[in-house]
Ligand binder design. Structure first.
Ligand SMILES: NC(=O)c1ccc[n+]([C@@H]2O[C@H](COP(=O)([O-])OP(=O)(O)OC[C@H]3O[C@@H](n4cnc5c(N)ncnc54)[C@H](OP(=O)(O)O)[C@@H]3O)[C@@H](O)[C@H]2O)c1
Length: 330
């Protein structure tokens, strides 16, 4: 699979495997039940199809996602691991909070290394900025950990231009993670140009809008999502917005058939079309899902297809806006 250079050290395959779902069920902010053996098989298949990195976070399953990855990658130091910091929880509690205190970051990193069974993290990322003035202290703590050899590169997630500019002078920012898919295009619009000018890589997450664009999400399935799947509480997965979204997916399915591919691979290839995107991070529950979506790595979208999709996205956005303003009037 093609690779993308991040900072001056990391060569990432243009598709990375997202490990949020591996955290498992029983938590409000998860994807519902997920057997570990399925997660292990998914990781193995991802490596088989040429993916060379996994994105995770301590908060995914409160350590469980990192533990599963540590088990799956034992004896595979060449596979790159990106994890995060800044969301912490008290032992025995399932609620997490944002915390960017330097001492907490040091503890978080040590706990991640233990769970992953590694001596250093390839890409260490600030998960969510707390919004306060402690961002600089947090980033200085990251710089100190890098100087100790505990991480190779560092990145940010879910930040704005002003926050990137503030931190850039303290320690190099290798990458910025942001949501980018056919439904959520705002963060990309705001940051693609800026990151390109600054030489910062962009890692686009949730390219399938958490499975909504996979072609396998139906109204019946969305209605049955378990309470411990965060999507069960998300407007995009509920009528009336769900109907507008599934209308778009129907168009994608038709186009995918014409192009001899699947809606999932098409949705991913559409993100990869953006030259500002260094790599996409896609989640998968089972080996077959990652094998399918990884086909996007070699799928060249004809310009005419991109144009047709742009028309459908415009129509979808107008319909979604109309629904929102009707809801406000009520
Ligand atoms: N930095 C951050 O704040 C942040 C935030 C969100 C995500 N991320 C990262 O980005 C990764 C990816 O995002 P995501 O997992 O939220 O969403 P995603 O990649 O858009 O969607 C993944 C989900 O789509 C479904 N799916 C995947 N491949 C499929 C296929 N071939 N056919 C049918 N369904 C398929 C699966 O769920 P079902 O089968 O259950 O539908 C899978 O769990 C995360 O794992 C995480 O590493 C980072």
């Amino acid at each position: 699979m093609r690779r993308s250079r991040l900072g001056d050290a990391l060569d990432l395959s243009i598709i990375g495997l997202g490990a949020w779902v591996f955290g498992g069920g029983g938590m409000r902010h998860g994807f519902g039940p997920q057997p570990d053996q399925d997660s292990m098989a998914t990781i193995q298949r991802a490596l088989d199809v040429g993916i060379n990195w996994i994105d995770t976070a301590p908060v995914y399953g409160l350590g469980h996602s990192e533990t599963v990855i540590g088990r799956a990658l034992a004896g595979r130091p060449e596979v790159l691991v990106a994890t995060k910091f800044g969301l912490t929880w008290a032992p025995g509690k399932s609620r997490y909070r944002r915390c960017l205190e330097p001492a907490s970051i040091v503890q978080e990193l040590e706990a991640s290394l233990r769970r992953l069974g590694r001596e250093r993290i390839d890409l260490y990322q600030l998960h969510w900025p707390a919004g306060g003035g402690d961002l600089e202290a947090a980033w200085s703590a990251v710089a100190a950990l890098a100087a100790q050899g505990k991480l190779r590169c560092a990145g940010l997630c879910n930040v704005n231009e002003e926050q990137i500019a503030r931190l850039q002078t303290i320690y190099p920012i290798a990458s910025v993670q942001l949501p980018y898919n056919m439904i959520e295009r705002g963060a990309g619009k705001r940051l693609f140009g800026f990151c390109a000018r600054q030489g910062i890589g962009v890692l686009a997450y949730a390219p399938l809008r958490a499975g909504l664009l996979s072609g396998e999400m139906t109204a019946a399935r969305a209605a049955q999502l378990p309470a411990d799947d965060w999507r069960s509480r998300t407007p995009d997965f509920h009528p009336p917005l769900l109907e507008v979204n599934l209308e778009l997916v129907e168009r994608l399915r038709e186009l995918a058939t014409e192009l001899d591919t699947s809606a999932a691979a098409l949705a991913l290839a559409w993100v990869l079309c953006r030259e500002e995107v260094s790599a996409v991070i896609v989640g998968a529950r089972c080996a077959a899902q990652i094998a399918e979506t990884a086909r996007a790595a070699t799928l060249e979208l004809p310009a005419a297809a991109v144009e047709r999709i742009a028309g459908w996205l415009g129509a979808r956005d107008r319909a979604a806006r109309a629904l929102r303003s009707r809801a406000k009037l009520r």
